[in-house]
Design a protein around this ligand. Structure first.
Ligand code: FHN
Length: 447
């Protein structure tokens, strides 16, 4: 008995240790098994999130405003009568997304309020049958994205506070307990799976962005069954990390990581003001500089940024968000070589700023935040630098090694003098070509 127990404890510890090593303390899916399909996502770095729903009509928070009883449910749902999509131009949306430099887009096909943006046969609560829009809002957008080589993502809320067979409703009341009425829950799962099949069959997304998994357990959702079903339609479908542990990557939201997340793949989703959907009163826009510096920070930490916009009920995008995407696109056009298809940067401590590195480790990119002209310093670089270029310009910069002691193995400090006239209006990027794959000293100096 004792030896069996010992074997079990050893096996369990090994499983836990490997799981953490694998950077997957949050998911049940082994990263080795999905490495190939995740490659485009890892290289993509930037996605555009789109929260478009009836909540834009009054400019109130999506689904939460009725769930938290800030507005009655009937008054919240009344907004559907004002959702016209009268100026909706899916091709223009896709063009703007392409212009931003984004490689994928994720559109809310159904938020927690249960209003579907496609003509689902599972419920009349959809824009085709119940709003003045009277059209399928998904098909033209996905067609336009794919025509421009942009991956199509589907945001889908597992919870559905409108559906009569869903237990949850308002924040202080629910319709029933699953344990009291399993048949009713099973009817909801049939509805949920019917809608997922419609999306996979009719729109063929490249990425499924689940939300709302927190209200039920993996078993109650049958999360592993949902994963299996979706992958049966498309084995290369990428699933985000909000399927109660059965997703492929992690999705920190709004809160910026300070230390590098230990997940193999992760994506920070973030608003451009303080709200996901269109809210006229919310003028707290992040500046293009702030957006670009947050984007660079996420990428330097090995992640992606999923940047949100909230179109108006008629389908037009607020001018401030158009400006942000265009400025981001201009910066990406000039500096994208340091971002797309690169890897997260070197460990903190070698350079006082974000960095990225090429997949063969022979090119190091340094990002200079703010108006950082003058001498910048790089510590612990053992390599010889073959060339330093200011990205997007023809300018090559000299450098100076300071403090190298002849008898010591510790490398000297690299000082690079950055003249004011080469600075980018937002973030300047230096490209360092190294003599061989990067080698860094991270010791304590010594004698
Ligand atoms: O409850 C939703 C919220 O409304 C919004 O859609 C965000 C976007 O990621 N997700 C949930 C909150 O985590």
């Amino acid at each position: 008995m004792k030896s069996n127990m010992l074997r079990f404890v050893i096996a369990l510890s090994l499983f836990v240790f490997l799981g953490i090593l694998n950077g997957n303390s949050q998911t049940k899916i082994s990263t080795d098994s999905i490495q190939n399909k995740m490659q485009w996502f890892a290289d993509a770095k930037l996605g555009i999130f789109i929260h478009w729903g009836i909540y834009a009509v009054n400019g109130i928070s999506e689904s939460w405003s009725f769930h938290n009883k800030e507005i009655s449910y009937p008054n919240y749902m009344q907004q559907i009568n004002g959702f016209t999509a009268s100026n909706y131009d899916a091709n223009a949306w896709a063009e703007l997304i392409k212009q931003s430099g984004a490689k994928y887009a994720v559109l809310t096909t159904k938020h927690h309020d249960g209003v579907a943006l496609w003509p689902t046969s599972a419920s009349k609560l959809n824009m085709f049958e119940s709003s003045p829009a009277k059209k399928d809002l998904l098909a033209p957008f996905y067609k336009a994205l794919k025509s421009k080589g942009i991956k199509a993502g589907t945001y889908f809320s597992l919870l559905d506070w409108s559906y009569p067979d869903y237990p949850g409703f308002l924040n202080d009341s629910s319709r029933y307990k699953i344990s009291d009425d399993p048949q009713r829950w099973s009817r909801f799962l049939t509805f949920l799976n019917h809608q997922l099949s419609e999306i996979m069959e009719q729109y063929k997304p490249d990425l499924m962005w689940f939300d709302g998994d927190w209200e039920q357990s993996a078993d109650q959702w049958d999360a592993s069954g949902i994963r299996k079903k979706l992958l049966s339609y498309n084995p290369n479908l990428i699933i985000n990390g909000r399927l109660t542990g059965y997703g492929d990557y992690e999705t920190p939201e709004q809160n910026f990581p300070v230390s590098r997340p230990q997940f193999k793949w992760w994506e920070l989703c973030m608003t451009t003001n303080n709200n996901w959907g269109y809210q006229q009163k919310d003028t707290n826009w992040k500046t293009p500089y702030e957006i670009i510096s947050i984007f660079v920070d996420a990428v330097s930490n090995g992640g992606n940024l999923l940047l949100d916009i909230g179109p108006k009920p008629d389908g037009t995008i607020p001018a401030e968000q158009i400006n942000i995407l265009k400025e981001l696109g201009k910066w990406n056009k000039k500096n994208g070589e340091a971002i797309f298809n690169q890897l997260g940067g070197i460990a903190q401590g070698h350079f006082y700023g974000p960095t990225t590195i090429s997949k063969d480790s022979t090119t190091l990119f340094l990002f200079l935040q703010g108006k950082a002209s003058g001498q910048i310093m790089l510590k612990g670089l053992e390599n010889k630098i073959e060339e330093i270029e200011v990205l997007g310009t023809e300018v090559k910069l000299p450098y100076k090694i300071v403090g190298k002691i002849s008898w010591s193995k510790v490398p000297g400090l690299v000082y690079i003098d950055v003249p004011e006239n080469v600075l980018d209006p937002y973030i300047t990027v230096l490209k360092l070509k190294l003599d061989k794959p990067i080698k860094l000293y991270n010791g304590k100096g010594g004698l």
